[in-house]
Design a protein around this ligand. Structure first.
Ligand SMILES: Cc1cc2nc3c(=O)[nH]c(=O)nc-3n(C[C@H](O)[C@H](O)[C@H](O)COP(=O)(O)OP(=O)(O)OC[C@H]3O[C@@H](n4cnc5c(N)ncnc54)[C@H](O)[C@@H]3O)c2cc1C
Length: 397
């Protein structure tokens, strides 16, 4: 409080709290690389991909993301970048500032499929899959959700039985990101020994992954069903370290952590779009940004955007320190996705009719975030996680 206003750093509308001061030069370099990649490769085409409901260049995009170290970014060894969790978070934010579908591609590849193999796989499984996944040559998916079992995955019907030394998998998975382009599917199934995870080569006989069409959210993302019809796998397809539901939940924790950051990327884009629009769009003879009601909206959006980014940084530092608890990830995912949706919707109102057009990114982000609110644990599941942690009472059943 002793500094005089003239000796203070100038107010930065893009970073009003000076959160960038928390970053190292390396953090800034990672952020700049990912932001530039998204500006070059995603932004010029995303509205078209979204309108068509396709991600046509997904294999090429995956290889490029691999080349900039974004796949399995915070994992170590096997060609992974070994970046900090804060750096991974910054990457998620920049990717989702372009589109949640691109961030989903990276989250599922790195935090779900690669992490499952990295954390629970045998050395042979890691050698077989991880280098190709880190480079983007092999795309991975993660099959937990089923048509009748989403929030309650313990009730899954997919099962694996032993036949001699082989495993035979049967069941269906639903809403699986990257499913029909994946070379390896991490599939969770009941066994006589509880829930186990399997690294399933997607060219295995009996495996198919029809793409899910007619989505009105995450349209620039591949989402598929997985059909496992007596898929026979050798004994070494099971992930030896994954026993019980805790294993997939641990993977989900990694992906949720990325969403805490990513959601603020979508929010940032919508906020910036609203500010630009409000400064130039004139009604009643002056820019709408000069009206108090618009300024109130922008001020409230800025509060939640930068509080959310600060929260992501806080959780990122705890993650790097090894002290981040699952309840804290729930806190971040619940808050930041909810606030990001609110920011996008408010931005939509500031843009008036233009807010519903694909010429602007706002409606695309808002509809994407409806999926983000639901996947990796619905908002209600995270409320229940926090409710249980706060009261000691389990309200899930
Ligand atoms: C675009 C997209 C991509 C996805 N990608 C993947 C993926 O790669 N891999 C994967 O495994 N899954 C994926 N999912 C699935 C996602 O994780 C599930 O949709 C999510 O877990 C919710 O399951 P559900 O849709 O079956 O909803 P349900 O579980 O049927 O829930 C419906 C509603 O009931 C509420 N509810 C349920 N139980 C309770 C309760 N006890 N108390 C209060 N409310 C309750 C929920 O919160 C929700 O509001 C994806 C989903 C989408 C939309």
């Amino acid at each position: 409080m002793s500094a005089t206003p003239s000796s203070l750093p100038p107010f930065d509308p893009g970073d009003p709290l000076g959160i960038d001061d928390l970053l190292t030069d390396e953090d800034r370099a990672v952020r700049a690389t990912v932001r530039q990649w998204a500006a070059d490769r995603v932004l010029p085409q995303i509205a078209d991909w979204y309108e068509r409901g396709e991600l046509p260049d997904i294999r090429e995009l995956a290889r490029e993301l691999g080349a900039i170290g974004a796949l399995g970014m915070s994992l170590t060894g096997y060609g992974c970048a070994g970046a900090s969790h804060v750096q991974y978070g910054l990457a998620c934010l920049e990717l989702e500032a372009a589109d949640s579908g691109i961030r989903s591609l990276v989250s599922v590849q790195g935090s779900l499929a690669m992490y499952a193999i990295w954390r629970f796989g045998s050395e042979e499984q890691k050698q077989r899959w991880l280098p190709g996944m880190a480079s983007g040559e092999i795309i991975g998916c993660f099959g937990l959700t089923e048509p009748d079992h989403g929030s309650d995955p313990a009730s899954m019907r997919t099962h694996a039985r032993r036949e001699g030394s082989d495993w035979v998998l049967t069941g269906r998975k639903m809403w699986i990101t990257n499913g029909s382009v994946a070379g390896v599917a991490v599939v969770w199934a009941h066994t006589d020994d509880g829930i186990r995870g399997f690294a399933v080569p997607t060219d295995s006989p009996g495996f198919s992954a029809p793409e899910i069409k007619h989505k009105w959210s995450l349209r620039a993302s591949v989402t598929s069903e997985l059909v496992l019809d007596e898929v026979r796998l050798p004994a070494d397809a099971v992930l030896p370290g994954a026993k019980g539901l805790g294993a997939p939940l641990r993977c989900l924790g990694q992906a949720r952590y990325g969403i805490v950051w990513g959601a603020m990327g979508a929010a940032r884009t919508c906020f910036e779009t609203a500010v630009d629009y409000a400064r130039t769009r004139e009604q009643f003879g002056r820019p709408i940004g000069g009206f108090q009601l618009t300024q109130a909206k922008l001020a409230d959006m800025a509060l939640e955007l930068h509080k959310g980014v600060l929260l992501a940084h806080h959780l990122g530092r705890r993650c790097d320190a090894g002290t981040l608890r699952p309840e804290q990830i729930s806190f971040g995912k619940l808050n930041n996705v909810r606030e990001a949706i609110e920011i996008c919707r408010t931005s939509r109102t500031i843009l008036g009719a233009n807010g519903i057009s694909l010429e602007y990114p706002v409606m695309r982000h808002a509809t994407n975030l409806e999926s983000v609110l639901t996947y990796e644990g619905t908002a209600e599941m995270h409320q229940l996680v926090l409710g249980k942690a706060l009261t000691g009472l389990d309200a899930f059943r």
